[in-house]
Design a protein around this ligand. Structure first.
Ligand code: NAI
Ligand code: MG
Length: 349
């Protein structure tokens, strides 16, 4: 088996954490008979210094044909405004119709959650965020700006096609896990959009009789995630609510240094993109102490998407074993460098 992977290291700690993920990728590939051809994209702050833009014109064409994109992190906020550095990511998500953003929250054995006394068996859920429409559509305006009569209007857009495909994706994900789906909306207060979400969930339920599906208002979901994290398996939510719930998931699962994510095009018509949830961490950039686990687990998600299940499982098990054996970077209270943490995972592969 052979895959072509676009590597987008980006800025700050992005290149450091991605380097460790790439080492793991090649080693696990060797074990499972998979060859990864890579193509490194030199985009970001350094590219901008030479060319005045963070990506070349027509950059999408350079990655349209690859099997997947593996990203470190982008952003160098002291030099370039974030909306410029992050714009290519938004374009990639939209152009390649990566409508499902998947963020697992799973506390590893040997680590502590911010929720006192909770174990890894109790914090193991995944949030699926609608990534292409909803509240984050650029649709609105400000009128009489700066005057006492100012009006701001911002309209969310929820399409039947968009809602149906993300709920289906969530049902399919639940089927592969503990077969429990929670849909978080706010249909008690927003009677058009989220009531349509409710209707579509009810329409799809008969197709998934093996999955227990429930509705929960998003405010209650936030509370319940804190008091009963073990209640949850798969959570599906609109773009805005998913954004909020995934940050909560990240912290319950042990913190940013561990949280992976995907931006998936489940139809496989276009490449999907895999990236740690965290950003470029300018405060620790260049120090060699960033935790590479979030990037390595993002690699595992990529392997899973490429249907290399054995390799994906192998990477997750190696991370689990390394953490359980006490391998920790400073964000987890340890002393390992980024490279030493990569070594620890490789040793467990
Ligand atoms: P951040 O996620 O980069 O950092 C937040 C805090 O977490 C910092 O204290 C950082 O040191 C720590 N941290 C993050 N990842 C870590 C890791 N792997 N190991 C150890 N500690 C880690 O968020 P921040 O500071 O708000 O943003 C910095 C830049 O990153 C900005 O330019 C922002 O726009 C960008 N960003 C990019 C994202 C992406 O590439 N997808 C996502 C989020 C932010
Ligand atoms: Mg967010």
């Amino acid at each position: 088996m052979e895959f072509e992977i676009a590597l987008y290291p980006g800025d700050g700690i992005g290149p450091d954490v991605l380097e460790q993920a790439v080492r793991v990728m090649h080693q696990v590939g060797e074990r499972h008979g998979i060859t990864f051809k890579t193509k490194t994209l030199p985009w970001g702050y350094e590219y901008w210094k030479q060319h005045g833009t963070v990506v070349p014109e027509g950059f999408l064409d350079e990655i349209r044909e690859v099997d997947s994109i593996l990203l470190g992190a982008v952003g160098w906020p002291d030099e370039i405004p974030d909306h410029e550095t992050l714009a290519p990511l938004v374009k990639i998500r939209q152009a390649f119709d990566q409508f499902a953003c998947v963020r697992p929250a799973n506390l590893f054995t040997g680590l502590e959650s911010v929720l006192a006394g909770r174990t890894s068996a109790e914090i193991d859920f995944v949030v699926i965020r609608e990534n292409s429409e909803g509240e984050y559509i650029d649709n609105g305006g400000r009128f009489k700006k700066g005057t006492p009569d100012e009006v701001a209007v911002q309209t969310a857009v929820h399409t039947r096609k968009g809602v149906e495909r993300i709920i289906r994706f969530a049902f399919d994900t639940a089927r592969k896990r503990r077969k429990k789906l929670t849909m978080a909306t706010k249909s008690n207060a927003q009677k058009y959009s989220y009531v349509m979400w409710d209707d579509i969930l009810e329409e799809l339920k008969p197709e998934y009789p093996d999955v227990e599906a429930e509705r929960m208002h998003c405010d209650a979901a936030v509370m319940n995630l804190v008091r009963w994290p073990d209640h949850f398996d798969v959570i599906v939510a609109s773009n805005l609510f998913g954004d909020l719930l995934t940050d909560l998931g990240g912290i319950l699962g042990g913190g940013l240094g561990l949280a992976p994510s995907s931006n998936e095009n489940p139809t496989r018509e276009f490449p999907s993109m895999f990236e740690p949830v965290h950003g470029s961490a300018p405060d620790i950039a260049g120090k060699g102490i960033a935790n590479p686990v979030a990037a390595i687990l993002s690699l595992a998600m990529m392997l899973d998407h490429l249907q290399c299940d054995g390799a994906a499982q192998n990477v997750c098990t190696a991370v689990e074993a390394a953490l359980a054996a006490g391998a920790k970077t400073p964000d987890l209270g340890g002393e390992l460098t980024t490279v030493e943490m990569g070594d620890a995972v490789l040793a467990c592969l």
